[in-house]
Design a protein around this ligand. Structure first.
Ligand code: ADP
Ligand code: MG
Length: 715
C-alpha cells in the first residue's frame, strides 16, 4: 500500500475513548475527583473514629504508625474496594527499574464447602513477600537472601486500578530486602523527608516558630511527552524496542514552526488529554495544566504540587495513565527523553519546595521583613546544598536517553547552576558584601538593621537555560528526563538541603548564643557566609553559550557531560557522608544504586545497538538494494552508482557496529559503560548517517519505515 494511503488511515480517528460523553460537571454527583482513592474522605466514612484519628496522625504529622489499627484499616479498605468492584489487591511498589511493580492476589479464599469469602487482614495490608531476586538489587540480594518484602506506606492513599475486565486495589508500599536494605525509591524518599523535617524544625525553632510540628517537602512536576499515531509506532522496531528512533532523516527545515508552542491543541489529542485528566482525577491526581510544547506532536501536562512521597507516586500514575489512555485514541505516548534526533526532546521540570504542615511555604519571600529573613535563610541553604552536591544532582538526572538532550541547546546544560532572578541575586550579593549596594533594588529596605531586606514579590525574569531556577516561591530543577521517576531526584534534594539547613542552623545557634545577639543580624551573617562560599553556583546568563562553559570551569563547577561521567557521583565521599549522616542510604545502598544505574546504561545502549544493526540489515539495506535494481533496470548509471555507493557504505558501517557491540570489554562495569559510550554509540551514529542519506533518495514506496514528517505531522 502506498505510504500516502497509510497516512490517511493514521489521520482518521474515532471518538472511541471511554470518557467521551456529555457530563454536567456542575452536579455534585458528577464530581469524579478521588472517587477511586481510599483517601481521607473514604477513611473518615468507613473507619472507627479512634482508628481514623491515629491514621491521620501518621499521615499528617509523620507520627509512627500504631500497628494495632492495621486490622481495622484492612477491613475497611477491603469493603471499600469490594464495593468498587475490586476482586484482587496488590502491594504496589517502586523497584530500582524506574517504574512500578505489582503482584496481584485475590481477596477470595475457599471456605471448604465449595464457596469462597473475601478476606484481607491487617497482616496482609502491612506486609507481603514478593521474591526480590527478579528486581535489580545491585548485589544486595546476591550476598544475602532472595527474599524481599513490601511494607505498607500509609502516607500514600490506596487506589483502585480499573481494567475492562475487573478492578484491583493498589496499596502503595515500600520494598526492602529481608535484611532491611531499601530496594526501592520510596524508602529513601521517606527517610529524606524525615531528615529535612527534623533539620527545618530545628531552624524554625531558632526563628521563634515553635508551632510547626512537621515540615514537608513538596513536588509538582511538569511532564513533557510526544503523541504519535500508533500505526507508525508499531511499524518501527526502534520505537518498540528502545522508545526512540534510531534512524530517520530530519523533516524539511523550517517545518518546526514556532506556532506549535501553546498553539491550539489538535482535536484528537485534546480528547485524549481530557480522558487522561479525568482518569487521573478519579485517582486523586490533581492535574492543572495542559498545552502544546515546542516540538511538533509534543505536549505537556502538570499537576498541582503535593507532598513529595504522594507526588512521586502520582507521577508514576501520570506516566502510566498517559500511556494507557493514548491507546484508546489510536495514539502512543512517547516518554523517551529524545525520541527524534534533531527535534526537541522531552524533559520533566521538578518544582520543589518545603512547607510546614499548616501550609507555610518556607521558600516564599513573603511581605514582611520577618518572612523575608526566613526565606533568605532557607534559600541560602538550597544554594549551599546545590553547590556542595552539584555532581550528585547531575548524576540523579543521568541516563542513556538524557545524554542526547542535556547540553544540546534545548535542555539545561550538564553544568549545574542556579538562576535566582536578578533582584534576588542582588539581595544576596549585597548581603555577601556586608552592605547595601547602590544597585540593590529599591524595595530593599532596612528595618532595625541596615541590611535587612524587604524582598521583591516576584523572582523577576525567567531563564529557560538554567538547570535549577528559582521561580517565585519554589525551585525548579529542570534537568530531569521525561521518563524519570521523582523518587531519587527528590531524595537527593531533600537530603542535601537537610544537611545545609542543619549546618546553617548550627551556625545560627552559635551566633544567637552571644550576648546581645539579634536574630536579624545573626541570620544575615550566616547567609552572607554561605553566599560568599557558595555563590559561585549562581548564574543568570545564557546556559547554552560556550562562554558559560569556560566561565563555569573558571568557577570550578563540574561539567559531567555523559552518564558514565556522572554516575560515580553516587558513591563519591561527599555523597556517602551526607547520605549516611542523615540515614537516608548507607554506603552499601548507594553502591547498589550506582551498580544498577551503570548496568541499566550498558543494557540500554546494547539494546539500541542490536536494534540498529538489525534494522539496518533487514529493513534498510534490502530497500536500498531494490532501489539499486530499479535504477539498474532503468539503465541510469549515475543513479545506480549513487545508491550502490551508499548501500555499500552502510553495510560496512553496520559491520563496524556489529563488531563493536560483539566485543564488549571485560573489566569494571564503569569501564564497560565508557566503552558503550565511546565505541558503540558512535558506531550507531555513523551507520545512521548513511541510512538517513539513503532515506532521501530511495523511492518512497520502498522505504520500510514511517518518516519523521509522518510521525510528527499527521495528527
Ligand atoms: P511556573 O509557570 O512558574 O512553572 P506554575 O504555577 O505553572 O509555575 O507551576 C508549575 C508547577 O510547579 C506545577 O506543577 C505546580 O504544582 C508546581 N508548584 C507550584 N508551587 C509549588 C511548591 N510550593 N512546591 C512544589 N511545586 C510547586
Ligand atoms: Mg515551569
Amino acid at each position: 500500500m502506498p505510504t500516502r494511503h497509510k497516512n490517511l488511515g493514521a489521520a482518521q480517528w474515532m471518538a472511541n475513548g471511554s470518557a467521551i460523553e456529555v457530563v454536567d460537571l456542575t452536579l455534585p454527583e458528577n464530581n469524579v475527583y478521588a472517587e477511586n482513592v481510599f483517601g481521607p474522605a473514604a477513611q473518615r466514612a468507613r473507619l472507627p473514629k479512634g482508628v481514623y484519628r491515629k491514621l491521620q496522625a501518621t499521615i499528617e504529622r509523620g507520627e509512627e504508625l500504631d500497628p494495632s489499627i492495621a486490622d481495622a484499616v484492612a477491613s475497611a479498605m477491603k469493603d471499600w474496594a469490594l464495593a468498587k468492584g475490586a476482586t484482587h489487591y496488590t502491594h504496589w511498589f517502586q523497584p530500582l527499574t524506574g517504574s512500578t511493580a505489582e503482584k496481584h492476589d485475590s481477596f477470595f479464599g475457599p471456605t471448604g464447602d465449595g464457596m469462597s469469602i473475601a478476606e484481607f487482614s491487617g497482616k496482609e495490608l502491612i506486609q507481603a513477600e514478593p521474591d526480590a531476586s527478579s528486581f535489580p538489587t545491585g548485589g544486595i540480594r546476591a550476598t544475602f537472601e532472595a527474599r524481599g518484602y513490601t511494607a505498607w506506606d500509609p502516607t500514600s492513599p490506596a487506589f483502585i486500578l480499573e481494567n475492562p475486565n475487573g478492578a484491583t486495589l493498589c496499596i502503595p508500599t515500600a520494598f526492602m530486602s529481608w535484611t532491611g536494605e531499601a530496594l526501592d525509591n520510596k524508602i529513601p524518599l521517606l527517610r529524606s523527608m524525615e531528615a529535612l523535617s527534623t533539620a527545618a524544625l530545628k531552624a524554625l525553632d531558632l526563628f521563634g516558630d515553635h508551632d510547626a510540628q512537621r515540615v514537608f517537602t513538596t513536588v509538582g512536576a511538569e511532564q513533557e511527552y510526544f503523541l504519535i499515531d500508533e500505526q507508525y509506532y508499531y511499524e518501527r522496531p526502534d520505537l518498540i524496542n528502545t522508545g526512540r528512533t534510531l534512524y530517520g532523516a530530519k523533516p524539511p527545515k523550517g517545518h518546526e514552526l514556532d506556532d506549535h508552542y501553546f498553539g491550539s491543541i489538535p482535536e484528537r489529542v485534546l480528547a485524549c488529554m481530557m480522558e487522561v485528566e479525568r482518569e487521573l482525577a478519579r485517582l486523586g491526581v490533581p492535574i492543572k495544566t495542559r498545552h502544546n510544547e515546542v516540538a511538533p506532536a509534543q505536549y505537556e501536562v502538570a499537576p498541582i504540587f503535593e507532598k513529595s512521597s504522594v507526588g512521586a507516586d502520582h507521577q508514576h500514575l501520570i506516566m502510566q495513565t498517559l500511556q494507557r489512555v493514548a491507546r484508546n485514541y489510536g495514539l502512543v505516548a512517547l516518554l523517551h527523553e529524545k525520541p527524534f534526533a534533531g527535534v526537541n526532546g522531552s524533559g520533566k521540570h521538578n518544582n520543589w519546595s518545603m512547607s510546614t504542615e499548616t501550609g507555610h511555604n518556607l521558600l516564599d519571600p513573603g511581605d514582611t521583613p520577618y518572612e523575608n529573613l526566613q526565606f533568605l535563610f532557607f534559600a541560602a541553604a538550597v544554594i549551599r546544598a546545590v553547590d556542595k552536591h552539584q555532581g550528585l544532582l547531575r548524576a540523579t538526572v543521568a541516563n542513556a536517553g538524557q545524554d542526547h538532550r542535556l547540553g544540546a541547546n534545548e535542555a539545561p546544560p550538564a553544568i549545574i547552576s542556579i538562576y535566582l532572578g536578578s533582584e534576588i541575586e542582588r539581595v544576596f550579593q549585597a548581603i555577601a558584601k556586608g552592605k547595601v549596594h547602590k544597585s540593590t533594588p529599591k524595595s530593599f529596605l532596612g528595618l532595625g538593621t541596615p541590611v535587612l531586606p524587604h524582598m521583591p514579590l516576584h523572582a523577576g525574569d525567567r531563564n529557560r537555560t538554567s538547570p535549577f531556577a528559582f521561580t517565585g516561591n519554589k525551585f525548579e530543577f529542570r534537568a530531569l528526563g521525561a521518563n524519570q521517576e521523582l523518587g531519587m531526584p527528590n531524595t537527593v534534594l531533600n537530603t542535601i538541603v537537610a544537611e545545609s539547613i542543619d549546618a546553617m542552623a548550627g551556625d545560627l545557634k552559635k551566633k544567637l548564643a552571644k550576648r546581645g545577639a539579634k536574630l536579624e543580624t545573626a541570620v544575615v551573617d550566616v547567609v552572607g557566609d554561605v553566599y560568599r562560599e557558595h555563590g559561585r553556583v549562581v548564574f543568570d546568563g545564557d546556559g547554552y553559550s560556550e562562554a558559560w562553559h569556560e566561565e563555569a570551569e573558571r568557577r570550578g563547577l563540574l561539567n559531567l557531560r555523559t552518564t558514565p561521567d556522572a554516575l560515580p557521583q553516587f558513591i563519591s565521599p561527599s555523597t556517602v557522608q551526607v547520605f549516611s549522616k542523615y540515614k537516608v542510604l548507607d554506603k552499601r545502598e548507594l553502591q547498589a544504586r550506582y551498580d544498577v544505574y551503570v548496568e541499566q546504561y550498558i543494557t540500554k545502549v546494547n539494546i539500541e545497538a542490536e536494534t540498529a544493526a538489525n534494522m539496518g540489515r533487514t529493513l534498510i539495506v534490502p530497500a536500498a538494494l531494490r532501489q539499486v535494481t530499479m535504477c539498474d533496470e532503468a539503465g541510469i548509471d549515475s543513479l545506480t552508482d549513487e545508491v550502490r555507493g551508499l548501500t555499500e557504505e552502510l553495510v560496512s558501517r553496520l559491520k563496524v557496529l556489529e563488531a563493536a557491540n560483539a566485543n564488549h570489554p571485560h573489566g569494571t562495569p564503569i569501564k564497560h559503560a565508557q566503552y558503550m559510550r565511546d565505541k558503540v554509540l558512535p558506531a550507531m551514529v555513523s551507520a545512521r548517517e548513511v541510512a538517513d542519506d539513503l532515506e532521501l533518495i530511495v523511492a518512497d514506496d520502498l522505504w520500510p519505515l514511517p518518516k519523521y514528517q509522518e510521525m510528527l505531522f499527521v495528527k
